[in-house]
Design a protein around this ligand. Sequence first.
Ligand code: DUT
Ligand code: MG
Length: 238
Amino acid sequence: QELKGEVRFERVSFFHSDHPVLHNVSFHAQPGQTIGLLGETGAGKTSLLHLIPRLYEKHSGEIYLDDNPIEVFDTKSLRKQISLVPQDVHLFSGSVRSNIAWGKENAKMSEVVEAAKQAQIHSFIKTLPDGYDTVLGQKGVTFSGGQKQRLSIARALVRKPKILILDDSTSALDAYTEMKLLNSLKTQQCTVFIVAQKISSLKEANQILLLHQGKLIAQGSHEELLNESPYYREVFQS
Ligand code: DUT
Ligand code: MG
C-alpha cells in the first residue's frame, strides 16, 4: 500500500523485555509535517520511532498510518516507504555513490546527486578526488562526523520516502547547515520525524513531542511549549 505519511499514536505503551519504555503516548502527525522529538537520554525517543517501521512488534494501544492500523501493512513495503537514519551511522568502504544508493541499487546518478544536494553534501563530494566515485577510506579520504551524517541522510532521501526519521542525525552539523537541510526537507512530500538535543533544531517543527521517562509530558509548537512547559524552558533552551 502507498503511504501518504499520516501517523497517529493512540495511548501507545511499550516494554523492552519487562522494562517500561513508553507509557500512554498519543500524537497525530499530518502528511508533510515536521515532528520534533526532545527528551533526555533514555526517555524513549528511539524506541518510539522504531515502532513506526514496525521494528518492534509488541505494543499496546493503537498505531495508525493513514487511518489503517499499522498491523495491516507488511513490513517490507513499510520499510520501502519509511527511511530511518539510525543514531549510529553505518558507512562502508565502497564509493560515495554506492554508499548513497545502498538499499536502492538501481538509483540513477541524477537521483543520487539530487539526494546529496538535498542533504547538503553535494558540494563537499565535488571537492573529493574522484567525486561520487571516490572510495571511502582510500587515498586518505575520510569524512567528518557531520559529513557522515549528511551522507546517511542522502542515503535515506534517495529512496524518496513518505516518512523520514532522523534519529539524532544532525547533531554534528553546524546550525547554518542544519537549517539549510531542514528547509530543503520541507520541500519534500514527506513527513519528517527529527530527534535533536537542542531546541534550536526544532524551532520550525509543526509539533514538538517532549518525552520524559517514556511519557509525553508536553506537545505543541515551540511557542506553545515555551509558554506552557517550564521543563522545556529550563532543560532545553540553551
Ligand atoms: N532499552 C532497552 N532495550 C533496547 C533499547 C532500549 O531496554 O534494546 C531501554 C533503555 C531505556 C529505554 O529503553 O531505558 C529507552 O531507550 P531509547 O533508546 O528509546 O531512548 P532514547 O530517548 O532514544 O535515548 P538516547 O537519547 O540516549 O538515544
Ligand atoms: Mg535514541
